[in-house]
Design a protein around this ligand. Structure first.
Ligand SMILES: *Cc1c(COP(=O)(O)O)cnc(C)c1O
Length: 407
């Protein structure tokens, strides 16, 4: 079984543990458990649990699989993509010197700046600049939030620069930034390696092909693996990143179970029928679009993922005057449906919410369709929620949830 949609809807685990049910149509979110693993990935994880194993041997196997998946010379696994950024930066700072690795993050030495275009200084649940700082690196900002120029990057890459970081993501501005090929050319002309954060990008080969020296992916997003980060690229930099496990990487380590699961997820991706998965996602989008198209003030539009990911979402525009409630109010109402539907609401201030079809189980496309019609035709209930509070929650809710925990 290679697809989530082959899982029947089954709430038995939530119910027996006393956890609230939820249907995720928002995408791969850390706060919702990343993604759902297929039985193959889950079985690989379970098989490793009751056994001892040599971690370096497992990581060497992971390196082979990462090389096959990405075309990289080598790779390793760590706790998350965020950890991968920190370890890759640390490796670029220390090289293969274990004493320097042990000196991080407080004594990184003179060559510890990391050049990043201002428009790439995003927050993906935490700030990318903090992932650099954890390695002892200092972020050297290039350009402005909407424009970075080639000569500005070149000027930033002096002898104190250990690496240049590039982010490919819907989280970053999509104009005015230096294209990756040019970015890599400028960096390489000055002997500076390029680290690419591509945590949720499906393009597993193209970024290395465009000149990246290291590319970092999440194992638990589109790949459907256990929580993990994949670091792929030039062998010397991969080895230097892996060396950090004697230092700052200790708290970011990945265990045998997640190494086994991530390997299975990568192998599965190589064998998966991507066309069939895409067709299922499109079927769900069609179903939803057809069901709500005629509703007053509701305009569902198919939109491609902002990066090159082969994925479409349904963007549901809401005209409050005609629909009876705002996009933010409906998003809130979906969260209170039975079962709660978590829609993609981080841009609700623009007057729409989105639906992501990539984490559906069998029968959920229909369940979501029914919930869409139910909630969108009951504007009176949705209108009870405070739009301003809902907009504030979309911005601050992620942090607030951590503060509210056990309060
Ligand atoms: C999700 C994401 C991360 C963080 O990935 P984790 O594996 O959850 O740590 C980093 N960068 C970008 C662009 C992301 O989308």
């Amino acid at each position: 079984m290679l697809r989530n949609t082959e899982y029947p809807i089954d709430w038995s685990w939530h119910d027996s543990e006393g956890f609230k049910r939820l249907v995720n149509v928002s995408g791969t979110m850390t706060s919702l458990g990343g993604s759902i693993a297929t039985p193959r990935v889950a079985a690989a994880t379970a098989a490793a649990m009751p056994r001892f194993a040599r971690i370096h041997e497992m990581q060497a196997r992971a390196s082979e699989v990462i090389a096959r998946l990405t075309g990289a010379e080598a790779g390793f696994l760590t706790a998350s993509a965020s950890a991968g950024i920190t370890l890759a930066v640390a490796g670029a700072i220390t090289g293969m010197d274990p004493a320097r690795a042990e000196a991080l993050p407080t004594a990184p030495g003179a060559r510890s700046a990391v050049a990043v275009q201002m428009g790439h200084l995003c927050e993906y649940g935490a700030a990318v600049s903090q992932a650099i700082a954890l390695a002892g690196g200092s972020t050297r900002i290039v350009g402005q939030s909407t424009l970075a120029k080639d000569y500005q990057l070149a000027a930033a890459l002096d002898e104190t620069c250990a690496a240049a970081l590039y982010v490919v993501s819907h989280h970053v501005v999509d104009y005015g930034m230096i294209p990756l090929e040019t970015f890599a050319e400028i960096a390489h002309a000055r002997g500076v390696p390029v680290i690419v954060d591509a945590a949720s990008e499906y393009d597993l080969r193209g970024l290395l092909a465009k000149g990246a020296d290291i590319v970092i992916y999440s194992g638990h997003k589109f790949l459907g693996g256990p929580t993990s980060g994949i670091v792929a690229g030039r062998k010397d930099l991969v080895r230097a990143g892996y060396l950090q496990n004697i230092g700052i990487g200790r708290g970011m380590k990945i265990g045998k179970e997640s190494i086994a699961g991530a390997i299975a997820a990568m192998e599965q991706w190589l064998e998966r029928d991507h066309e069939a998965v895409r067709a299922e996602e499109n079927r769900a989008l069609d179903l939803w679009q057809d069901a709500i198209s005629g509703l007053p003030g509701i305009t569902p539009v198919r939109i491609p993922d902002p990066t090159a990911n082969p994925l479409e979402r349904l963007q549901v525009w809401v005209d409050p005057a005609k629909a009876g409630a705002s996009a933010a109010q409906f998003a809130e109402a979906f969260g209170r449906n039975d079962p709660p539907l978590i829609v993609r609401g981080h841009e609700v201030e623009h007057g729409y919410f989105q639906l992501d079809p990539c984490n559906l189980m069998q029968g959920q496309a229909e369940l979501v369709r029914d919930a869409l019609v139910k909630v969108l035709t009951d504007a009176e209930s949705a209108a009870r929620f405070d739009t301003r509070a809902a907009l504030a929650a979309a911005r601050n809710g992620g942090t607030q949830a951590y503060m509210d925990w056990l309060a």
